[in-house]
Design a protein around this ligand. Structure first.
Ligand SMILES: Nc1ncnc2c1ncn2[C@@H]1O[C@H](COP(=O)(O)OP(=O)(O)OP(=O)(O)O)[C@@H](O)[C@H]1O
Ligand SMILES: [Mg+2]
Length: 265
């Protein structure tokens, strides 16, 4: 924007007002009349079947796309009227398909805050449950052996496993200390124990921040302050786990399908 608006408060509140979105060239909207507030200091979880619009919704916040109609606000200001650097600082996205750049582990972690100290990098790795594998990591050979934070990452992060890549991307978001954390299905490649440990440790970073968390597993969001149920781009339920068990048929179906699947397993 030529004349960016300065937010009046900086708590990280995210608000959607009647947001409709269609991908360029597509006629049918992927999000339809979506309105909700994700308050600061709280966790808002988003659940819904594949293709229901969860990633699309999250991607509108850092402006990977702009709403077709309606408004997305951060700190009370429409994101389209915010200074780009201010928005980038405010919002930390861990994308569903996490991506690493060629370079070292440390360079990847410092992407959002180049001045972060080594202690801060290790603290973020600790929280992301990544300390063990990073400290044991060695790349290169001969004269060029590099270990730990200085070990090498290949383009796209192809020399780490999917779960390791996911944890490095979570650590990268933590190092940046944004006011809004967006986790798009960031815990699904983790086993249930690591998932639980990571979420317990996150509080240190996220207690005053706004957290929006897309999840597949109901078990990972039962403690969320509010859960939004998406179905074909519309909000069909909103509330806590227990409220939704009473009020939302779609939520009950998701819960039932997972309980059955787990019992069968
Ligand atoms: N770049 C794109 N261009 C056109 N259509 C897209 C694009 N990305 C997603 N879509 C469509 O938008 C709809 C919502 O996709 P989205 O990725 O938001 O779903 P999701 O809820 O995140 O699904 P999943 O649980 O599989 O991650 C789908 O019908 C999808 O095919
Ligand atoms: Mg998705």
């Amino acid at each position: 924007p030529a004349h960016p608006r300065t937010p009046e408060h900086h708590d990280g509140t995210v608000e959607f007002r009647e947001v409709t979105f269609a991908y360029p060239g597509a006629e049918a909207p992927v999000l339809d009349g979506v309105s909700f507030t994700a308050p600061a200091g709280k966790t808002t979880a988003i659940i819904g079947s594949t293709g229901s619009g969860k990633t699309t919704l999250v991607n509108l916040i850092p402006r990977l796309y702009d709403a077709t109609s309606g408004e997305v606000l951060v700190d009370g200001v429409p994101v389209t009227q915010m200074d780009r650097a201010t928005l980038t600082r405010a919002v930390g996205l861990v994308p569903q398909k996490p991506y690493l750049f060629s370079g070292t582990v440390a360079e990847n972690l410092r992407f959002g805050r180049p001045e972060a100290s080594e202690d801060e990098l290790w603290a973020a790795l600790d929280t992301a449950q990544a300390t063990d594998f990073v400290s044991e990591r060695t790349t290169g050979s001969g004269e060029d052996v590099r270990t730990g934070l200085e070990s090498g990452i290949s383009q796209g992060g192809t020399n780490v496993s999917g779960g390791q890549r996911q944890r490095l991307c979570i650590a990268r978001a933590l190092v940046a200390r944004p006011r809004v954390y967006l986790f798009d299905d960031s815990f699904s490649a983790l086993d249930v124990t690591t998932d639980a440990k990571l979420r317990a440790a996150l509080g240190e970073y996220t207690q005053d921040a706004t957290v929006i968390m897309v999840a597949q597993r109901v078990s990972s969001i039962t403690e969320a302050d509010q859960i939004i149920v998406l179905d074909e781009g519309k909000i069909v339920g909103q509330g806590t786990h227990h409220e939704l068990l009473d009020s939302s048929e779609t939520y009950r179906e998701i819960v039932d399908s997972q309980i059955t699947a787990e019992e069968l397993a």
